[in-house]
Design a protein. Structure first.
Length: 331
């Protein structure tokens, strides 16, 4: 996208650049071509559509992310171009106390944004991208001029005027199954920002035509291990095969994966739980299981189920109190 055109962000084009939330891939892509400007919401009062820590990336011919409902992006773009040219960071204020009262925020919020120029040879930037590739959570410290990136647990002492933002690994989703519901869930997972793998043991040699979805034909256990079941991974077991489901749950439930969901009839659940206990799973392991899978939205169509599952995964990740266990499962 051409940043010399003021309509690039704020004009009539569809803002497809705003669909991704994690700006690390965009930052890496932009820095491959030259310097990039990173705009970050560092303070917020009175609500607002986007939280503190939300970011945008600007570079020559490149833009990604969004900071509001379209109220300020065009102006932030102009300042980002200036920062790219001068290298001097800027702090922008919109809403109450803003030097640009003609830029009105319909939400009534006060938003403060730090815009800084980053270069590919910046050690902190390299550290940030390395931690992302190695799936390590990290903290980003910046005042616009000085920057440090460190893994969680080995952080430096903050200094006056610094803004600190945490970065988790990109969320993963592993879907086991091959029916339309599994395909809809894998497809929606990619659109929702998950690194998504579809597992269909002994499935077709050709991968499903789902952009961005990885495909595995391995047995459930090896496939889940290969996918990497860490603390940022969700597993959705949707195979309609009791034996395959059982093998997948044996691998997923004791793992660090915080979300494991099972598609299936509630009346068969007690039988499945007993079989899992007989094979050595503990009550703590079984307490993680979300079954039947997904929020109860009342829908049964493939994408209705997919929306229910993705919603439950996101709410679980964000610690929403509305998602306390829906019912205690009798073990």
């Amino acid at each position: 996208m051409d940043l010399t055109d003021p309509a690039a962000v704020s004009g009539p084009e569809w803002p497809m650049h705003g669909l991704a939330d994690d700006m690390r891939p965009a930052l890496e892509q932009a820095l491959a071509q030259g310097p990039a400007a990173l705009a970050t919401i560092v303070a917020l009062e009175g609500g607002g559509p986007r939280p503190v820590g939300t970011q945008m990336v600007f570079a020559q011919g490149f833009v990604a992310g969004f900071l509001s409902g379209g109220c300020i992006e065009g102006d932030v773009e102009l300042h980002a171009r200036e920062v790219l040219e001068t290298g001097a960071p800027k702090r922008l204020v919109y809403g109450e106390g803003s030097p640009w009262p003609d830029i009105r925020l319909l939400c009534g919020a006060r938003i403060e944004i730090l815009v800084e120029r980053l270069n590919a040879n910046d050690g902190s930037v390299r550290d940030l991208l390395t931690h992302a590739r190695k799936r390590r959570p990290a903290l980003w410290f910046t005042d616009g001029t000085r920057r440090v990136c460190a893994p969680v647990g080995a952080t430096p002492v903050p200094w006056p005027g610094v803004f600190v933002r945490s970065f988790d690994p990109v969320p993963r989703l592993v879907v086991m199954g091959g029916d339309p519901t599994a395909l809809a869930l894998a497809s929606l997972g990619v659109q929702a920002g998950f690194e998504t793998t579809l597992v269909r043991p002994k499935g077709p040699m050709v991968a499903p035509p789902l952009p961005g979805v990885r495909y595995s034909r391995e047995a459930p256990g090896p496939a889940l291990v290969a996918a990497g079941l860490d603390a940022w991974t969700a597993v959705a077991v949707c195979s309609h095969d009791m034996a395959l489901d059982h093998e997948a749950l044996l691998a997923a439930l004791p793992s660090p994966a915080p979300y494991v969901g099972l598609l299936g009839a509630r009346r068969r659940l007690s039988e499945r739980l007993l079989a899992l206990k007989a094979d050595g799973l503990t009550e703590r392991d079984l307490a993680k299981l979300r079954a039947p899978i997904g929020l109860d939205l009342g829908g049964k169509a493939p994408f209705e189920v997919a929306v229910a599952v993705i919603g439950e995964i996101i709410a679980t990740r964000n610690g929403q109190p509305a998602l306390e266990r829906r019912a205690e499962v009798a073990l």
